[in-house]
Design a protein around this ligand. Structure first.
Ligand code: ARG
Length: 284
C-alpha cells in the first residue's frame, strides 16, 4: 500500500451563507435550470440547514446574510464577492436577474466594517469563478466572469492569477469543475477545461485528482475543503472514494433541491478569509 499524506485542517474557517427563503427556479441562466420543474422550498431549506450544521460540527463558524425577496439565486453566497486576506472584491453579475445581489452583499460587508472593499468594474461572479489556491488565485472565464478580472485581482490581492477557460456550459462556474483541497492538491473535471487550462493546473498543483463524468455531472466538485474535511455532494460516490484514498475526510451532504438551480454546497458558501490568514491557510 502506498503512504497517504496526513491531511490537516490548519484553522477554523468562517463561512457566509444565505438562507434559501426566497429560493425558486423561475428563470434559466444555466443548463441545469428548468422553471417548469418544481422545487421543494421547504426541503431546500432543510438541506441548507444541514449544510450549515455540517460546517459547525467541523468547528467552523457560519455567518448569515439576510435573503432578499425577488432574488432567488441569492442563496448562492459564493457568487456574492471574493474575500481573501480580509479584502473584499465586489461581484458584478452577468445576468440582469442576479445583478442586484452584488449591492446586497457589498452592503453586508460595509456594515460589518470590512476596511478594504473594492467595487469591480469587470463582470465577475465572485468565488464561483475566482478560486483561492493558497499561493495563487485561479480565475475561471468563458461563461460568466470576464478574463480581464485578472488585472483587478493581481493589483488588489498581489497574488499571481492563473486564468482558466471553461469550455462546457454545464460547468459554467469554475467551482463546478474544480475544488482546491489544499495549497498543493485539487480535484477537477478535465473535460471542462481547454488544453492550456489543463496544462496550467498540472503545473500549479503537485497532486491532481481527476474526477469521472458521473461525479462531475452531479456537481460533485462543488465541494469545500478545510485542508482535511471535504464537504461534498453525497451523490458523488466515486469522488468520495477518491477523497478517502487520498487521505481526506469526506463529509457528504445532499443539496438535491439547490442542484435544480445548478448549485451545490460550495455555491452556498463564501469563505471569509481574514487578513494574515490566507497565505498560511492554503485550502479552499
Ligand atoms: N442559478 C445560479 C446561476 O446560474 C447558480 C449559481 C451557482 N453558484 C456557483 N458558485 N457555482 O448563477
Amino acid at each position: 500500500m502506498t503512504d497517504t499524506k496526513l491531511r490537516v485542517c490548519t484553522h477554523a474557517r468562517t463561512y457566509l451563507m444565505c438562507r434559501p427563503e426566497h429560493f425558486t427556479v423561475e428563470y434559466a441562466i444555466n443548463p441545469w435550470m428548468d422553471p417548469a420543474k418544481p422545487v421543494d422550498v421547504a426541503l431546500a431549506s432543510r438541506q441548507w440547514e444541514r449544510l450549515a450544521e455540517a460546517f459547525r460540527s467541523l468547528g467552523h463558524t457560519v455567518e448569515t446574510i439576510p435573503p432578499k425577496p425577488g432574488l432567488p439565486d441569492m442563496v448562492f453566497a459564493a457568487n456574492g464577492a471574493t474575500v481573501i486576506d480580509g479584502k473584499v472584491l465586489g461581484a458584478k453579475f452577468r445576468h440582469p436577474e442576479r445583478q442586484p445581489e452584488a449591492g446586497a452583499y457589498l452592503t453586508w460587508f460595509r456594515r460589518r466594517g470590512y476596511p478594504q472593499i473594492r467595487e469591480s468594474a469587470v463582470v465577475n461572479e465572485g468565488e464561483g469563478d475566482i478560486v483561492f489556491a493558497g499561493r495563487a488565485i485561479l480565475s475561471g472565464y468563458g461563461f460568466r466572469t470576464e478574463r480581464s478580472v485578472r488585472e483587478e485581482l493581481t493589483e488588489f490581492y498581489r497574488l499571481p492569477v492563473i486564468s482558466l477557460r471553461l469550455v462546457d456550459p454545464r460547468f459554467y462556474h469554475l467551482d463546478t469543475a474544480l475544488v482546491v483541497l489544499d495549497a498543493d492538491t485539487a480535484a477537477y473535471y478535465p473535460a471542462a477545461f481547454d488544453d492550456a487550462g489543463k496544462a496550467a493546473l498540472a503545473t500549479h498543483f503537485t497532486e491532481l485528482i481527476e474526477v469521472k463524468d458521473e461525479d462531475a455531472e452531479v456537481l460533485g466538485l462543488n465541494a469545500i475543503s478545510d485542508g482535511r474535511n471535504v464537504v461534498v455532494p453525497e451523490q458523488a460516490t466515486g469522488l468520495i472514494s477518491q477523497l478517502k484514498s487520498a487521505g481526506f475526510q469526506p463529509v457528504a451532504v445532499n443539496l438535491s433541491e439547490l442542484l435544480k438551480a445548478g448549485g451545490g454546497p460550495k455555491c452556498c458558501t463564501l469563505e471569509l478569509r481574514q487578513s494574515g490568514r490566507s497565505k498560511a491557510s492554503g485550502g479552499a
